[in-house]
Design a protein. Structure first.
Length: 392
């Protein structure tokens, strides 16, 4: 089991590296391809769009094949197109390859989360899923800084080639360490798609989108927050990103413990409430050089406390079609990434300052609390109705 989870974590490391390294080498890409920084930002959106499209589509189509083979071929696809990203020599080519690179992201995490839960010992599924997500969080501590260094000192293409190397290790890990598993879905695509009719599933989807969007509203503008508001030198941003990455690693395991102790959905409520408090605190103390560093660590920690509980909440909600629901949740994460950055940018564009982005993040996380409470009430009502029917 441990080797299988390590294989999933290696895949998560590669995915986290390719998703976030582009942000550190954006100026290098723009200069080399002779485009503007905003145009280079389109490559981030292209990857995210690939995740949103690929997660439910690939998971639905792949249901007829064994999960271990699907996971391996997803990593093969990931490796090929990330390596090709390093050789792209035009805007259109890199846009296309980044979109194709993003397609396996959501399906790998979605199927991998369900597989990790099934491989775990009874009562330890949250910890197993957290191990898989450890790869994603460690990428922010090790992979992204390394990829940024390679891109800035050699060529931005080398950054993506490094991701391809990680992909090769992930392919080998899944091939040799993952046990033989049954089909990804025993229901068939038509029956799996019926899960999309469940109102609670869409509530969890929007909970993921809006709740995690609160984190991305803050994280998307962390560089100017650190330099322009707190007054740190530009060179400090890299160290702050590593600090945030360490917080993500810590939060990932705290979230698993909370899910086991309080149930996944209750863990989400607790975490989001703390996030609201921290984001509001950041608004008031962002100009304090020490406080902003402490809050960066804490916000990142509690933001990634959400990862495992919210994934488990979706798996529970999508019972019978767990892998499709789990993959759909990865689409929601990326919609949250895009929407958080977009909504937080609106007040900044209106002239309210960088600090306004944090207020938007607090508002989004707070909205997530109410959605989560709505899911809890919906479940209690359903349980009550089932109890009445059983009594009759």
């Amino acid at each position: 089991m441990k080797k299988a989870l390590i294989a999933l974590a290696i895949g998560g490391f590669g995915i986290g590296m390719t998703e976030f390294v582009i942000m550190g080498i954006l100026p290098n890409v723009a200069e080399d391809l002779k485009i503007t920084i905003p145009q280079a930002g389109h490559f981030i959106s292209a990857y995210a769009l690939g995740v949103v499209v690929g997660a439910p589509l690939i998971t639905g189509i792949a249901g007829r094949w064994p999960a271990h083979k699907i996971l391996m071929w997803l990593m093969v696809w990931f490796t090929i197109f990330n390596t090709l990203s390093g050789f792209a020599n035009s805007y259109n080519t890199l846009m296309a390859v980044r979109f194709l690179s993003g397609l396996p992201h959501g399906a790998f995490f979605g199927i991998g989360a369900v597989v990790a839960g099934k491989l775990a010992k009874p009562g330890k599924s949250a910890q197993a899923i957290a191990i898989m997500f450890t790869g994603l969080t460690l990428a922010n501590v090790l992979g992204v800084p390394l990829g940024t260094f390679l891109g800035q000192h050699f060529s931005w293409g080398v950054s993506f080639m490094a991701v391809g190397v990680v992909g090769v290790f992930a392919v080998l890990g899944v091939k040799f360490w993952m046990p033989v598993l049954p089909k990804s879905s025993s229901n068939g695509l038509r029956k799996d798609l019926k899960v999309l009719k469940r109102g609670e599933l869409w509530m969890v989807f929007f909970l993921t989108t809006i709740g995690t969007g609160g984190f991305f509203a803050w994280y998307s503008y962390i560089a100017p927050l650190i330099t322009d508001v707190a007054g740190h030198p530009a060179g400090m941003v890299s160290y702050v990103m590593i600090l945030a990455g360490i917080g993500m690693v810590v939060g990932n395991f705290i979230g698993a413990k909370l899910a086991e102790k309080y149930s996944p959905i209750n863990a989400v409520v607790i975490t989001l409430i703390i996030m609201v408090i921290l984001l509001l605190s950041n608004t008031f103390f962002a100009d304090d050089k020490i406080a902003v560093l402490v809050l960066t660590f804490l916000i990142s920690t509690f933001a990634f406390c959400l990862a495992t509980p919210i994934q488990m909440a979706m798996i529970t909600t999508a019972k019978g079609s767990e892998m499709l629901g789990s993959s759909l949740n990865q689409s929601a994460f990326n919609v949250g990434n895009a929407s958080g950055a977009y909504f937080a940018g609106l007040p900044i564009a209106m002239g309210y300052g960088i600090g306004s982005a944090t207020l938007v993040g607090a508002a989004m996380a707070g909205t997530g609390v109410f959605i989560a409470l709505g899911i809890i009430l919906m479940r209690k009502k359903r349980e009550k109705e089932q109890a009445v029917l059983a009594f009759e």
